[in-house]
Design a protein around this ligand. Sequence first.
Ligand SMILES: [Zn+2]
Ligand SMILES: [Zn+2]
Length: 65
Amino acid sequence: MSVEICPKCGTENVTKAAWCEKCLHMFHEYGENKTIFCPECKHENAYKDSYCEACHEPLKPGQWE
Ligand SMILES: [Zn+2]
Ligand SMILES: [Zn+2]
């Protein structure tokens, strides 16, 4: 079984995970051209953004598409 070490927080994740389960850092270019909507203000952000660029609400990839 192979794991992927998160370059950001060092957590071991299963290789097929698209982002770190702990800090939500994106591993690959998955979602590169996708957008994610802010749960607060509905502003459309880049999928890999961690925070809404309009209201700075934390964004969680995969939860709002
Ligand atoms: Zn991490
Ligand atoms: Zn927002």
